[in-house]
Design a protein around this ligand. Structure first.
Ligand code: NAD
Ligand code: 6OD
Length: 497
């Protein structure tokens, strides 16, 4: 099998990233550039799949369902998923380098979060599928006899998986692992910004003995490109998507014509509530991580921080010191804590919010611009970590998802006010609450109108728990048995006894 990411002939630095269909790497009719956000250099040419190639990928997946993959039982599938995890770990450094080059994220972050989680996703769903049962009922019938009802899981068929660029391998495998555990075949469309690791995963699949056609990769963009072709394909039985809320709305329209199940993990405008009785240092460190991790490009990041008035100034000062101490730099430098944003276009979007914040009356506590390095990093898409105060709650910067290393900090006086402010959003993905009063922690957590609430922590994940959002933040839940329920159809069998 050829390597997933190949050096192009005649150009030793430039790689070629291909589609992967039915166990083979395949060229499409056009190419687009894959850019390293840390220095703006083109690192690869990516082969874009046209509608015909997407159709071939779906056809390959359908054929795989009729082959040995479709006949394997749970035990065999689970064993192969463990092998995929091992194959990822065997290529750990290659996955880390590819993810760092595509996203610009610090090597320390990719090594501790993205790549280990990819392997953990396969292990978690391999173990879960072996133990997760379905309900059964003994039913009394009017004639005094009984019937036994029990349900079995059946795969959905071909699942279309469309993913974003912020945690490319983590979020892709978060969906591929349960889909395969349930016996589906998949066609994945990774983000056009970060095509490498989804393609490299094909080699791990092959190493693990996953039959051809079970895992297919098509590259391209969204509207009128591979993303839309995949979502509207009549032979795709379900679409699972992670990305912007507006894109979710567009995909919903696309899939409506062929009536298929969707699972949407969308944007957020997440709140953090910090009470004066918090462990101060823990809260400052936790909020700093929740605002700035991955340069603020995590859907769970806090962009609205509400701090009890009694310690507002002290907290803002400490958060400012923390933001200013973050080491911005080369992603491959082990000590780097903050990389660039994903693209020039995304930086322009975040900078437009930085300008808007000033127009809306914000006080700039720190940041608000572009750092200068005096070296090649000046060609990268770096931006300063930024903290604002003083905006009215109606400001667009308080209402709209920015998706950068930025937060607005506002004071509150009472618990009720904090809850009201935190819930005053059309999104509803995640919240964090910082207090040493655990009764209050539970009380406030239960009133958050979101899918995930953390108390005295953030982004602490147990893969068995439900994950998803309310409102503009998504439709449905994945994680643990919720994923199994999405990626399979129960068939209830009623037996007259
Ligand atoms: P995006 O919506 O622009 O793109 C995501 C994917 O959808 C890409 O692969 C893209 O090519 C594809 N796409 C775009 N338009 C499409 C269309 N019309 N039809 C089919 N596919 C289409 O998102 P992004 O900019 O890559 O990622 C950032 C966003 O993702 C943020 O809003 C963030 O909050 C959100 N996100 C949410 C979660 C979550 O779990 N809730 C996780 C990560 C990111
Ligand atoms: O941890 C996860 O399972 C998950 N889906 C994280 C999403 C992060 C958003 O950027």
């Amino acid at each position: 099998m050829p390597e997933a990411v190949r050096i192009r002939r005649g150009s030793p630095q430039l790689k070629s990233i291909l589609n992967y269909i039915d166990g083979k790497f395949v060229c499409g009719p056009r190419e687009f550039a894959d850019v390293n956000p840390a220095d703006g250099c083109v690192i690869a040419q990516v082969s874009e799949a046209d509608e015909g190639l997407v159709d071939q990928a779906v056809g390959a997946a359908r054929k795989a369902l009729r082959g040995e993959w479709g006949r394997w039982g749970i035990r065999e599938r689970a064993a192969r998923l463990h092998k995929i995890a091992e194959a990822i770990e065997k290529r750990f450094d290659c996955f880390v380098s590819a993810e760092v080059a595509d996203t610009g994220k610090p090597v320390a972050l990719a090594s501790r979060l993205d790549v280990p989680r990819a392997a953990a996703n396969f292990r978690a769903f391999a173990d879960l599928i072996k133990t997760a049962g379905l309900e059964s009922f003994q039913t009394e019938t009017p004639d005094g006899r009984n019937a036994l009802n029990y349900a079995v899981r059946k795969p959905l068929g071909v699942v279309g998986i469309i993913t974003p660029w912020n945690l490319p391998l983590l979020l892709l495998t978060w969906k591929v692992a349960p889909a395969l555990a349930c016996g589906n075949a998949v066609v994945v469309k990774p983000s056009e910004e970060t095509p490498a690791t989804a393609t490299m995963l094909a080699e791990a699949m092959s190493d693990a003995g996953i039959p051809d056609g079970v895992y297919n990769v098509v590259h391209g963009f969204g509207a009128n490109s591979a993303g839309e072709f995949l979502a509207r394909h009549p032979e795709v039985n379900a679409v699972t998507f992670t990305g912007e809320s507006q894109t979710g709305a567009a995909i919903m329209k696309t899939v409506a014509a062929s009536v298929k199940p969707v699972s949407f993990e969308l944007g957020g405008k997440n709140a953090a509530i910090v009470f004066a009785d918090c462990d101060f240092e823990e809260a400052v460190n936790g909020i700093s991580e929740s605002v700035f991790l991955n340069t603020g490009q995590v859907c769970l990041c806090a962009e609205r921080v509400y701090v009890e008035r009694a310690m507002f100034e002290r907290f803002v000062e400490a958060l400012k010191r923390k933001a200013e101490s973050l080491r911005i730099g080369f992603p491959l430098e082990k000590t780097t804590e903050l990389g660039p944003l994903i693209s020039a276009q995304h930086r322009e979007k975040v900078l437009s919010y930085y300008r808007l914040a000033r127009e809306e009356g914000a006080v700039v506590v720190t940041g608000g611009g572009v750092p200068q390095f005096g070296n090649e990093l000046d060609h990268g898409f770096y931006i300063q970590p930024t903290i604002y105060t003083g905006l009215p709650e109606s400001a667009r910067c308080v209402k709209e998802e920015i998706f950068g290393p930025v937060c607005h900090v506002a004071a509150f006086d009472t618990e009720e006010e904090a809850i009201r402010l935190a819930n005053d959003t059309k999104y509803g993905l995640a919240a964090s609450i910082w207090t040493t009063n655990l009764k209050r922690g539970h009380r406030v957590a239960q009133q958050m109108n979101v899918g995930i609430t953390w108390v005295n922590c953030w982004f602490l994940r147990d893969l068995r728990t439900p994950f998803g959002g309310v409102g503009l933040s998504g439709i449905g839940r994945e994680g643990g048995v919720h994923s199994l329920n999405f990626y399979s159809e129960p068939n209830n069998i009623c037996v007259r006894l």
